[in-house]
Design a protein around this ligand. Structure first.
Ligand code: CMP
Length: 141
């Protein structure tokens, strides 16, 4: 089993599709091990996306991610990282496959509804950014 960090971004929360997205994680076979809603500051968003610092979209991305509440989740499944990337679809919704979360819910390459870790090291950093070691509930049977 593998863990990945997912975020339901402020655009999806404000559109009222967070529940639908949660349901699709469950239907796809993910176990939700941890979940919290929080309104990031610009600095907190910047820390999460530090790897993108210096890229042309960084400032705007941090403003967007701190524009309203988001929901952070730890999802578990076999091959969870790749499985979630498939469920999300391409970063740019114009290039996302039909049926993917971004195709259904994203507005633009920035306001793209969901985030998912892209590799095991990133998942470790991202899970640790939002959750302490005791929070993921892994005794669900
Ligand atoms: P995410 O998968 O969370 O990772 C980085 C985010 O930056 C991405 O989703 C988008 O929200 C945002 N972004 C905005 N413009 C771009 C771009 N040109 N390329 C990649 N990511 C972008």
């Amino acid at each position: 089993m593998e863990r990945t960090l997912a975020i339901i971004k402020p655009d999806a929360v404000s559109k009222g599709v967070a529940g639908e997205i949660l349901s699709q994680y469950e239907k796809a076979g993910f176990k939700i091990l941890a979940m919290k809603m929080l309104h990031l500051s610009k600095k907190q968003a910047g820390g999460f996306y530090a790897v993108h610092q210096g890229r042309p979209f960084y400032e705007s991305l941090c403003a967007f991610m701190s524009s309203g509440p988001c929901i952070a989740l730890v999802l578990e499944a076999g091959d969870a990282i790749q499985k979630n990337r498939k469920l999300m679809g391409a970063t740019d919704p114009a290039k996302a496959e039909p049926g993917t979360l971004r195709k259904k819910y994203a507005t633009s390459i920035e306001r793209n509804a969901v985030h998912g870790s892209d590799a095991p090291e990133t998942a470790r950093f991202e899970i640790g950014y939002f959750f302490n070691g005791l929070e993921p509930v892994d005794n669900q049977g």
